[in-house]
Design a protein around this ligand. Structure first.
Ligand SMILES: Nc1ncnc2c1ncn2[C@@H]1O[C@H](COP(=O)(O)OP(=O)(O)OP(=O)(O)O)[C@@H](O)[C@H]1O
Length: 477
C-alpha cells in the first residue's frame, strides 16, 4: 500500500500510437516517480543546507503521524469492530500452532474494510507465538497487482521467503521456468520454515497477458503444496480481493484445489469510521484537533463507500494542510479543503486514464473554454467540435462525427468531470448542447498533455486560440 495524498499524481503510461484509438481504454496505474537532485555544495545559494537541517523543527499538529499513515500496521487494541472476521481468522489459523493443517481463506469486500489489517494482525501473533515455541512460521505476502504473471509472482514469494533469513533467492527472476521457481520455493520452505501462509493481496489483479487469468495457475500451484508432499508443515493460501464473486471466475483446476473459507468484510458506516478515527486521535498533539473534525471526516468517509483508508488519509491530509498553513489546530475548514482537493485530483486522474478519443474530446472542450476567453459559464458543443476536428487533424487521429463527440463528452458527466445541458442560444436561434467543466480547463489540458502523443499540440497554441475565438464569436453573435 502506498502513502496516498490528495496531490499524488498517478500518471497514465501511454505507449500506443495515436491512430489506434477507437474504443480502447488506455488505463494504467503506474506510479509516477519524480526525482529531484540537491547539490551538497550549497555555496552560492541563498540558504545553508546545514543551517536549515539544524534549525528548530517546523511546528506541526502531529504527535505521531505514523498512526494516520495507511501502511502502518497498528496494534491490536486499535482495531475497531470486525470481531466476527477476527474470530473466524483466528479459529482458522490457530491449528498451525499445534502443527495441524490450516484451511485456505478468501477475504472479500470493498476497499479499506480491514481485510489486510485482520489477516496481518493475526499472522503477526501466530509468528510471535510460534517463535516462543521454537517454531518458525513464515508469512509470505505479495500484492498481485505488480507481478503480472504466475512466474513473477512466485519469484516475489521467494523474495519474501528469503527476506529475513540468511539465504539467497537462488533462482533468477527471469530465464527459468515457473516450475523451477516453485521447486526453489518449496526447498526454501522445507529448509527454513515449519509452517507457511501465503497472503495474495488483490489476487484478481494477477490476470496476465493470456485469455486464462494467471491467478488460476498461482492458486492451483500454491494450494497443492501439501497434497503433493512438497511441504509437510501447515501451509495455506489466503487470497484477498474486492471482487465478491471471485470464486465463480476460477477455472475448474483452480476451483478443485483452492477451496477457501470465504470471509466477507462489509463497508463501514459513519459511526464505525468515527470509532476507527477516534482510536488514532493520538496521532495529533493534544488540543490540535477541533471537536468537529473527526465526525466530519467520518461523514465524508461514509459517503465514499465506507473506506477506512480514505478516511484515515483525509484526516492526515487535513493535518498536513493545517501544517502547511501554519495553523496550530486542525479545523473543519482544513477537512473541507482537503476533501475538495482529493475530489479534484481524483477527477484529473480519471481524465489521465481515458481512451485517446475521449481525451481528444475533453481536451477540445477545455481548450475552447481556455482559448476563447469568452465570459460564459457554459461552453457550446459547436465550437468545441470544430476545435476537436483541428486537434485530430494535427495529431493524425481519426475524427469522429459530432454525435459521437457529444456522446464521449457527456459520458464524462457520470464521473463528475462536467455537466451538460441543452440550452437556447437566444430567441429563435435554436437549442444547443452545452458543457460546464467541473475543473479549470487549464488543469484538464495540462493533464491530457502529459500524454506524449499529444505533445504536438503545444506548438499549436496560436491556431487553437484563433479557432476557439472565431468559432465562439460566430456562435455567440
Ligand atoms: N476495523 C478497523 N480498525 C482500525 N483500523 C482499520 C480498520 N479497518 C481498516 N482500518 C485501517 O484502514 C486502512 C485500510 O485497511 P486495509 O488495508 O485492511 O483494507 P483492505 O480491506 O485490505 O483494503 P483493500 O481491499 O483496498 O486492500 C488501514 O490503515 C487499516 O489500518
Amino acid at each position: 500500500m502506498g502513502d496516498e495524498s490528495p496531490v499524488t499524481d498517478n500518471q497514465t503510461e501511454q505507449s500506443e500510437s495515436i491512430t489506434e484509438v477507437p474504443g480502447e481504454h488506455g488505463e494504467s496505474n503506474s506510479e509516477e516517480s519524480t526525482s529531484s537532485q540537491t547539490t551538497l555544495d550549497d555555496s552560492g545559494s541563498g540558504i545553508s543546507i546545514m543551517d536549515e537541517l539544524q534549525s528548530e523543527s517546523v511546528e506541526t499538529v502531529f504527535e505521531n503521524k505514523d498512526l494516520v499513515r495507511p501502511d502502518t500496521i497498528i496494534d491490536e487494541d486499535r482495531i475497531v469492530g470486525r470481531d466476527e472476521q477476527l474470530k473466524t481468522v483466528i479459529t482458522n489459523l490457530k491449528p498451525a500452532l499445534q502443527n495441524h493443517g490450516i484451511p485456505e481463506m478468501l477475504l472479500t469486500g470493498p476497499s479499506g474494510t480491514g481485510k489486510s489489517l485482520i489477516i496481518h494482525a493475526v499472522c503477526k501473533k501466530i509468528v510471535e507465538l510460534s517463535e516462543a515455541q521454537g517454531m518458525r512460521f513464515g508469512v509470505f505476502s505479495i500484492n498481485c497487482e505488480g507481478p503480472g504473471t504466475t512466474s513473477r509472482a512466485v519469484y516475489r514469494l521467494i523474495q519474501e521467503a528469503t527476506a529475513n533469513i540468511d539465504e539467497e533467492p537462488g533462482v533468477p527472476e527471469s530465464g527459468v521456468s515457473t516450475d523451477q521457481k516453485l521447486e526453489r520455493l518449496w526447498e526454501i520452505m522445507r529448509e527454513h520454515y515449519d509452517g507457511v501462509i501465503f497472503v495474495l493481496d488483490e489476487v484478481d489483479m494477477l490476470d496476465g497477458p493470456y485469455s486464462e487469468p494467471e491467478y488460476n495457475s498461482l492458486l492451483y500451484q500454491l494450494s497443492r503444496a501439501r497434497d503433493l508432499g512438497r511441504f509437510d508443515g501447515p501451509v495455506s493460501v489466503t487470497a484477498i480481493t474486492n471482487y465478491v464473486d471471485f470464486m465463480s471466475d476460477l477455472n475448474s483446476r483452480a476451483n478443485s484445489s483452492f477451496n477457501p473459507d470465504e470471509i466477507f468484510f462489509e463497508d463501514y458506516d459513519a459511526t464505525q469510521l468515527r470509532h476507527i478515527l477516534r482510536n488514532r486521535e493520538d496521532a495529533f498533539k493534544p488540543e490540535a484537533l477541533a471537536d468537529d473534525v473527526v465526525p466530519l471526516v467520518a461523514a465524508f468517509g461514509s459517503q465514499t463507500h465506507g473506506d477506512a483508508r480514505k478516511a484515515i488519509d483525509l484526516l492526515r491530509w487535513s493535518g498536513e494542510l493545517a501544517d502547511k498553513q501554519g495553523d496550530e489546530r486542525v479545523e473543519e475548514s482544513h477537512v473541507r479543503t482537503a476533501q475538495d482537493r482529493y475530489d479534484s485530483d481524483r477527477k484529473l486522474r480519471h481524465i489521465g486514464g481515458l481512451s485517446t478519443q475521449k481525451k481528444l474530446c475533453i481536451f477540445a472542450v477545455a481548450a475552447t473554454d481556455h482559448y476563447s476567453n469568452a465570459s460564459v459559464d457554459w461552453i457550446p458543443a459547436g465550437p468545441s467540435y470544430s476545435l476537436y476536428q483541428f486537434v485530430c487533424d494535427t495529431l493524425g487521429a481519426d475524427s469522429y462525427g459530432r454525435e459521437t463527440f457529444v456522446n464521449h463528452v457527456t459520458e464524462q458527466a457520470t464521473y463528475g468531470i462536467l455537466e451538460f445541458d441543452r440550452r437556447g442560444r437566444g430567441r429563435g436561434k435554436g437549442i444547443h448542447m452545452h458543457f460546464d467543466l467541473a475543473e479549470d480547463p487549464e488543469s484538464i489540458m495540462e493533464r491530457i498533455l502529459e500524454d506524449d502523443r499529444f505533445a504536438n499540440l503545444e506548438q499549436e497554441e496560436e491556431m487553437m486560440r484563433s479557432i476557439a475565438k472565431s468559432k465562439m464569436n460566430g456562435f455567440l453573435n
